[in-house]
Design a protein around this ligand. Structure first.
Ligand code: SAM
Length: 217
């Protein structure tokens, strides 16, 4: 596949996302820079810029671009923010976060996915602050807390208190919560030490968040 094909397809995707209501120029610009074709299996690369989720290894998915754009917009990332992602998957969401200037911490429970994403991200962004870890993200990554934002890219049965505890004051947790079939996106903002404002938003379908404070394997 020719390089220009991907560049044109990426530009077209940004137009589609605008038409679907994504307004954040910073998020759209970040998405214009990240080569999504490198985050999907080779056989699917020509479909990389369709606005759909695609299968990756371990029966997981790379999220639909609209969902990535929506969740990232909700996070309102500022240059230098420390952001924790639960569910590295392909590494695409982490790439968008690094393009926005965030210091990125990302956790994945499948070793193969963790390793593939780690290699790809360090190849594309050798100088960037992207730290990846293999393990259960439902308990967070307390050594680097507090975070300005935490983004969970798998469907949770409930909002994990462990993650709320690792938010900075004013920090946001973006997480889909519901049953195995359908989840509602929640944006939870930490007001102070002990109070949080929870905004339930639109509905999505994600692969399950499996772990100590998630679904059982
Ligand atoms: N952010 C990913 C991307 O850009 O490709 C999308 C990932 S996919 C929708 C969700 C990921 O969450 C899967 O790779 C899955 O293995 C992972 N996951 C599920 N439960 C997890 C947990 N407790 N800790 C870390 N990762 C988890």
């Amino acid at each position: 596949m020719h390089r220009d094909f991907f560049i044109d397809a990426r530009k077209q995707l940004i137009i589609n996302l605008k038409q679907k209501g994504i307004v954040s120029e910073t998020v759209l610009n970040a998405m214009l820079k990240v080569p999504r074709e490198q985050f999907v299996p080779k056989v699917l690369s020509k479909r990389a810029y369709e606005d759909i989720s695609l299968p990756i290894d371990k029966q997981q998915t790379i999220s639909q671009p609209f969902t990535v754009a929506r969740m990232t917009s909700l996070l309102e990332v500022k240059e230098g923010d420390k952001i924790l992602e639960i569910g590295t998957g392909s590494g695409y969401q982490a790439a968008i976060l690094t393009e926005l200037g965030a210091e990125v911490y990302t956790i994945e429970r499948h070793f193969e996915l963790h390793n593939q994403a780690r290699i790809l991200l360090s190849t594309l962004y050798p100088q960037h602050k992207i730290y990846s870890r293999y393990g259960d993200g439902t308990i967070g990554w307390s050594e680097h807390a507090p975070y300005a934002g935490i983004i969970v890219t798998a469907g949770a049965p409930e909002i994990p208190q462990t993650l709320l505890n690792q938010l900075d004051i004013g920090g946001k947790l973006i997480i889909p919560v519901g049953d195995e079939k359908r989840q509602t996106m929640h944006c939870v903002v930490r007001q102070d030490e002990s109070s949080f404002l929870d905004y339930p938003l639109d509905d999505y379908t994600f692969v399950p968040l499996i772990g100590k404070v998630g679904w059982k394997a």
